[in-house]
Design a protein around this ligand. Structure first.
Ligand code: ADP
Length: 438
């Protein structure tokens, strides 16, 4: 990289990390951002803001940030000139050294699985790095990795669009459901973007796929790696599946069966667990380590996170549920009776898909935020509803009506921006309010 001219398009988290990294490698960096740049700039790099100018055409290499649309005129010109375009993942992975490189993608559950897989590998004696979309970009740690490292990386389909050599030892596609179609166009294009996670894998490598997901099954025919299927719904000849409450593993001479002990609620988390165990097994983690982690792992903050049990009622923070589908998954995770806090900045998608789950499991809906009237209108009759306005009032109200064995669930089905900076702030406030209840 020394002396090479590298243009970076987009100064988000991964673009900034790429800039720092390339600078350290001795490249001549131009960081180009259409908006403004937030946070401190790395020293010694060239910056342009408010535009992506033709100066970028002078680069030897372009790093494209996730979310920079392919139809951007400057990107078209760059491609026409034959300048290579990489993602930050492609760049960083060329410098990472590892024993195992585990890469996880999918529409839902990435962060949960990545965190859990990280915990599994931390039970081995080798150092483990948990990176990617989940927080720290791979660029920030790549130069600290060694041939003994386990690198666990959460990968988005955006990052996969611009890989060339990225080659995990263990890859995983958790599921593929319609999402981000505004970026990828068709479901087929979206699935193909995800399939690139295994395009450089060989029969020495392992690919973990969801046997219950039609798109995953279709993609498998293009995969050269050894397949490790997981299923929550069916017994598999080869792979990992749930039989009653037992985890059964039949794979590559391994034959193992043990009861699943985990604190993660919901069938979706069973899938995340099965996939994560498969990755750990493929990477050589012992069953002892795996089972110990499973029995203590509490999940990831703001995703069906247990906060407190007060007078027999459990309080659960699911602030990450910023859309209707996530709230549906949350409702399916508890048989009830539920008191659910919903509302916030609506995204314009219908709430009606929640109706039947609400009817059978929810005893009261407490509404907050901007979209409360819309929710009230669309779910009228499904369960008793009250408009409380703020989270403070809703938590207090919940504590007044909650009885033993109820679950009080914050799962808004809405974004938080009408009242909060982000869903994290909303979740933290919920937890603070719940902990203060007398
Ligand atoms: P991601 O990082 O892919 O956004 P998370 O682990 O952060 O995934 O989970 C986000 C939300 O996605 C959860 O709150 C839950 O509603 C839903 N979810 C998680 N895992 C799954 C799964 N395996 N299948 C379907 N939905 C899931």
């Amino acid at each position: 990289m020394k002396g090479l001219k590298v243009g970076i398009i987009g100064a988000g988290r991964s673009g900034m990390a790429a800039a720092r990294f390339l600078r350290r490698l001795g490249a001549r960096v131009l960081l180009s951002e259409r908006g403004r740049i937030h946070g401190p700039l790395p020293k010694g790099i060239d910056v342009e803001t408010g535009k992506h100018s033709s100066r970028l055409l002078d680069s030897d290499l372009i790093i494209r940030s996730p979310g920079i649309p392919g139809h951007l005129p400057i990107l078209k010109k760059i491609t026409r000139r034959g300048i290579p375009v990489w993602s930050e993942l492609e760049l960083a992975s060329r410098y990472a050294r590892f024993k195992e490189l585990i890469a996880i993608t999918g529409t839902n559950g990435k962060t949960t699985a990545t965190t859990l897989v990280g915990e599994f590998f931390k039970t081995t004696k080798n150092p483990t790095f948990v990176v990617g979309n989940i927080g720290t970009p791979l660029s920030d740690v790549a130069l600290r990795t060694t041939a003994k490292s386990n690198v666990v990386v959460e990968v988005s389909s955006y990052q996969l669009e611009n890989i060339r050599t990225f080659h995990p030892t263990v890859s995983c596609i958790l599921n593929i459901t319609p999402d981000h179609l505004e970026h990828h166009g068709t479901m087929k294009a979206y699935a193909s973007a995800k399939a690139r996670i295994f395009e450089n894998q060989t029969p020495e490598d392992v690919c973990v796929l969801n046997a219950d997901d039609a798109s995953c099954r279709r993609l498998a025919t293009h995969c050269r790696a050894k397949l490790f299927w997981f299923s929550r719904r069916q017994k598999l000849k080869s792979g990992i599946y749930l039989d009653g409450n037992d985890v059964v593993i039949r794979w590559n001479k391994i034959n193992s069966r043990w009861p699943l002990r985990s604190n993660l609620p919901g069938p979706h988390n069973v899938e995340n667990i099965l996939a994560s165990v498969a990755m750990a097994v493929a990477g050589g983690v012992t069953f002892k380590g795996i089972r110990r982690v499973l029995s203590t792992f509490k999940g990831v903050e703001h995703r069906l996170e247990w906060v407190r049990t007060l007078r027999g009622a459990r309080y659960i923070n699911d602030s990450k549920a910023t859309n209707v589908d996530s709230t549906r998954v949350a409702l399916a995770s508890f048989p009830g009776p539920l008191i659910i806090i919903m509302g916030g900045e609506g995204k314009g998608s219908p709430y009606a898909p929640l109706r039947s789950l609400i009817k059978s499991r929810v005893k009261r809906i407490l509404l907050i935020g901007e979209d409360a009237p819309q929710i009230e209108k669309e779910l009228r009759g499904a369960a008793p509803m009250e408009r409380l306005g703020t989270l403070t009032k809703a938590v207090l109200r919940a504590s007044q009506v909650a009885e033993r064995d109820d679950v009080v669930l914050l799962s808004p089905a809405c974004a938080s921006f009408d009242q909060y900076r982000n869903y994290e702030e909303r979740g933290r406030e919920f937890k603070a309010l719940v902990r203060k209840l007398a």
